[in-house]
Design a protein around this ligand. Structure first.
Ligand code: WTA
Length: 665
C-alpha cells in the first residue's frame, strides 16, 4: 500500500503468482491489435519495445492519427533546452477544436457526448450531444471574451460535477486562456491560495452543490477566497441549487446572464502547441502546492491515444470514469481524452452512497455502461458494504474495468473482478500522475494480468527503475521509477517557479549520464517477469482515498491553531482509504489536552484545507523526535506509533522523545 515502502504488503504483492489471461475475443477485436496487424507486430513485448525505442516516430505517428492540426508541425520534439522539452514545434492547434468542433461539424453532431446524472433522484438526467456541447461552449467563450478574458489569462474554477464545468474548460481552452481547477471539496483558503498563485483574472463557481441530497453553499467559500485576491475582476456564478448567496455588484455575474444573447459560433484560437492548456495544483514535499502546467499540443495526443489503446473505446461504448474533474484523472479521462475520441461518457454529480450503496450499480444498469474506471478506495468501500449491493443490478453491459490512484491490493482486485466484472473482466490498473498527464504503466487489453500490478510501461514510454546513482536495477529489485525519455502529455513547468520544477523532477539524475531523466517520485519494483509493482511515494506525501496530500501542508495547518505549537503528521494504513491522517501535536505551554481540543484541531484543519485533509486522530505529546538541525523525524514518529522498529535513534537531538509517542494500532 501507499507509503508502506519495502515492508508488509509489498512483499505479499511480489509473491503474487496468479495470472489472468485476456479472453481471446477481447484481444482479437482490440484497437491495439488492429495497430499491431497494420504494423506487422507479432507480440506484446515487441509492440512495447519497438514503440518505446522509436518513441519520436511513434509519437509523430500518434499525433497525426489522433489530432487535427490547423498547421502541421515541423519538428516532433525539441530537447535543446532540457528539461523544458517542446513538442510539435511549428504546428498550430486547439484542444477544443479537437474535442468538440470537429465532431459537432461532422458525423457526430447528434451523438451524445455526456450523459449527466444529477445526484438528487428526482431531477432528470441530461443528455448532451456534441452539437449542443459546441453551442454551449461557444456561448460561454463569447461571454468570457465580453469580460475581457484573453489568450494567456488564467481562469480559476471551483465547481461541482455539473456539465458547466467541462463547458467552461473547453471555452477557456478555445480562446487560448488557461484554466486552473480547484477541487470543490477544498476549503476557501485552499481555493484562495491557488487563485492567488496563478493570478486568475476571472473565477467561476456555483451558488451551491448537492451533498448526499442536501444543497450546500459554495459561493460563500469562493467569496471568502477571492476577497483578498486582487487579480480577480469577475466571479461567474452558475445557479445549481437556488440557495441564497451574497452578491458583489460589479464583480459577480450569473452564468445565465453572461451567456444570454451571445452568438453560438466562436472561432478557435490557432495556438502554438506549447501554449498552456491548464494549470493543476498538486502536493509536493513542501507545504506549498505546485501549479503543474500542461500544454495544448501534447494534451491533444496523450489522453485520447492512451484511452483508445488501454480502455479500447469503440464507437458504441459508454465510458464512465468516476473521478472528480477537479483531479487530473477527470481532466484527462472525463474531459479531454473521451471528447477527443468522440465517445459517450457518463458524468455523475454526487456521492456513491446516495440514496444507498446501489447508486453506481443502478447507474451502470440504467445507462448500459460498458467500461468503468474507478479507484481502489471506492472498491474497498463497496467491498465493506457487501456484494449484495452490486448483485441487485444487471451489470452485464460492462466489458472492461479500470483502477487508478494508488496500488490496488490483490484482495480488492479479486473482489472487483468477481463482483463487478462477473468473474471474467480484465482490470486495467493504470499508474500515472498529475505530472504525466496520461497513463504511463498500464496493461493493454492483450496483457496477461497479475492482481495488484500495473504491468508494463505503455508503448512510447521508456519507463524503468533506477537506483540513486542512475543505474537501472535488475529484475527482482526495487528503486525509483523514472522516465528516460520525454512524452507529449508531460508537464512543462510549475507556474512561476522554474527552479523547483528542475529540482523536483530532474536534478536527481542531472549530473549522471542519464541527464534528462524524469524522476516520478514513486518507489517500485519489477518481478522476475518484468511486471511493475508500485510501492508508494518516495517523498513525504500522504495518499488518502487516492488524493495526494503533503504531510507538511497538514502540519502547517495544525500549527496555525492558536493552541498548537508543533505537529507531526503521519499516514496510518487504512483498509478503505489507503491511509488515514494521524497527527501528533505539542500544545502551547499552559494549554491542557482534552478530547474537545482534539476535535477542535480536526475541525480547524477541515476548515483550512478541506475535509480530505482532516486528521482522523489527534494525539497530544510533550515532545517530538528531531534531528540536530531541528527537523521533526516523521519516519521515527511513524515507526513508533505503528509499532515498528525505530532503528538507531542515538543521532537525534532528543532520543527520549520517541518514548512519548503512543502506539496507535
Ligand atoms: C499514485 C493520479 C499505484 C502514485 C492519476 C502516483 C498509483 C500518485 C496508481 C499520483 C496506480 C496513481 N498504482 N499508485 N495505479 N495511480 N498512483 O497526481 O503514488 O493525483 O505518484 O495522479 O498516485 O497522484 P495524482
Amino acid at each position: 500500500m501507499a507509503g508502506e515502502g519495502k515492508t508488509g504488503k509489498t512483499k505479499v504483492l511480489q509473491e503474487e503468482t496468479r495470472i489472468f489471461e485476456p479472453p481471446k475475443e477481447l484481444v482479437e477485436n482490440s484497437n491495439v491489435m488492429k495497430y499491431m496487424k497494420k504494423k506487422g507486430i507479432k507480440t506484446e513485448k515487441e509492440l512495447r519495445e519497438t514503440c518505446s525505442k522509436n518513441y519520436i516516430e511513434f509519437w509523430d505517428e500518434m499525433a497525426k492519427e489522433y489530432v487535427d492540426w490547423f498547421e502541421p508541425y515541423s519538428k516532433v520534439m525539441d530537447d535543446s533546452d532540457m528539461p523544458y522539452f517542446k513538442w510539435f514545434t511549428g504546428g498550430l492547434v486547439n484542444m477544443t477544436h479537437n474535442a468538440v468542433d470537429r465532431h459537432a461539424k461532422g458525423a457526430k453532431k447528434d451523438k451524445i457526448a455526456y450523459i449527466w446524472v444529477p445526484e438528487p433522484t428526482d431531477q432528470a438526467t441530461q443528455k448532451i450531444t456534441y452539437g449542443e456541447l459546441a453551442k454551449e461552449v461557444n456561448k460561454f467563450a463569447n461571454g468570457l471574451k465580453s469580460l475581457g478574458v484573453k489568450k494567456g489569462d488564467r481562469v480559476s474554477l471551483y465547481m461541482p460535477m455539473i456539465p458547466q464545468l467541462p463547458i467552461a474548460m473547453l471555452a477557456i481552452a478555445k480562446i487560448g486562456a488557461i484554466h486552473s481547477i480547484v477541487f470543490s471539496g477544498f476549503s476557501a483558503k485552499g481555493f484562495g491560495d491557488r487563485v492567488k498563485d496563478c493570478e486568475a483574472k476571472v473565477a467561476i463557481t456555483t451558488d451551491g452543490f448537492y451533498r448526499r441530497g442536501k444543497p450546500m453553499p459554495l459561493k460563500a467559500n469562493a467569496d471568502e477566497a477571492i476577497a483578498d485576491a486582487p487579480s480577480v475582476e469577475h466571479l461567474i456564478v452558475f445557479k445549481r441549487t437556488g440557495i441564497d448567496v451574497n452578491w458583489k455588484e460589479g464583480r459577480d455575474i450569473w452564468w445565465h446572464d453572461l451567456v444570454k444573447g451571445k452568438p453560438e459560433e466562436c472561432e478557435a484560437e490557432k495556438l502554438d502547441p506549447e501554449h498552456r492548456l491548464f494549470i493543476l495544483y498538486t502536493s509536493g514535499t513542501t507545504g506549498k502546492p505546485k501549479g503543474i502546467e500542461h500544454a495544448q499540443g501534447g494534451y491533444c495526443v496523450g489522453p485520447a491515444q492512451t484511452l483508445h489503446w488501454v480502455f479500447d473505446l469503440k464507437e458504441d461504448d459508454v465510458w464512465w470514469c468516476t473521478a472528480d474533474i477537479g483531479w487530473i484523472t477527470g481532466h484527462s479521462y472525463i474531459v479531454y481524452g473521451p471528447l477527443c475520441l468522440g465517445v459517450t461518457g457518463i458524468m455523475y454529480e454526487g456521492s456513491p452512497d446516495f440514496p444507498d450503496f446501489g447508486r453506481w450499480w443502478k447507474l451502470i444498469q440504467d445507462h448500459k455502461v460498458t467500461v468503468l474506471y474507478t479507484a481502489p478506495t471506492a472498491i474497498r468501500m463497496f467491498m465493506k458494504q457487501g456484494a449484495e449491493w452490486p448483485a441487485k443490478y444487471d451489470l452485464s453491459s460492462l466489458r472492461l474495468l479500470g483502477s487508478v490512484g494508488e496500488p490496488i491490493n490483490p484482495e480488492a482486485w479479486m473482489w472487483y473482478r468477481e463482483h463487478i466484472g462477473g468473474g471474467k473482466l480484465q482490470i486495467m490498473d493504470t499508474w500515472w500522475q498529475t505530472e504525466t498527464g496520461t497513463f504511463i504503466c498500464s496493461p493493454l487489453p492483450i496483457t496477461p494480468l497479475k492482481p495488484g500490478s500495473c504491468t508494463f510501461p505503455l508503448p512510447g514510454f521508456n519507463t524503468t527503475i533506477y537506483d540513486e546513482l542512475g543505474n537501472e536495477v535488475p529484475l527482482g529489485e526495487g528503486g525509483n521509477i523514472v522516465n528516460e525519455t520525454p512524452w507529449p502529455s508531460m508537464l512543462r513547468a510549475f507556474y512561476g517557479d522554474k527552479e523547483r520544477y528542475h529540482k523536483e523532477y530532474w536534478e536527481m539524475y542531472w549530473e549522471t549520464p542519464k541527464r534528462g531523466t524524469y524522476l516520478a517520485g514513486d518507489k517500485a519494483t519489477r518481478d522476475k517477469d518484468g511486471y511493475f509493482w508500485i510501492q508508494g511515494r518516495i517523498d513525504d506525501v500522504l495518499s488518502v482515498a487516492g488524493h495526494r496530500i503533503a504531510n507538511a501542508e497538514v502540519e502547517s495547518a495544525i500549527v496555525a491553531h492558536p493552541n498548537a505549537a508543533e505537529a507531526a503528521v503521519i499516514g496510518k494504513p487504512d483498509e478503505i482509504k489507503g491511509e488515514s491522517i494521524v497527527a501528533f501535536v505539542i500544545l502551547n505551554v499552559g494549554v491542557d489536552p482534552s478530547p474537545e481540543l482534539s476535535k477542535d484541531v480536526i475541525t480547524h484543519v477541515r476548515k483550512t484545507l478541506g475535509p480530505v485533509a482532516a486528521p482522523t486522530e489527534v494525539h497530544f505529546v510533550n515532545d517530538l523526535p528531531k534531528t540536530r538541525s531541528g527537523k521533526i523525524m516523521r519516519r521515527v514518529v511513524k515507526a513508533k506509533a505503528l509499532g515498528n522498529p525505530t532503528g538507531d535513534t542515538s543521532a537525534l537531538a532528543n532520543p527520549e522523545a520517541v518514548e512519548g509517542i503512543p502506539l496507535i494500532v
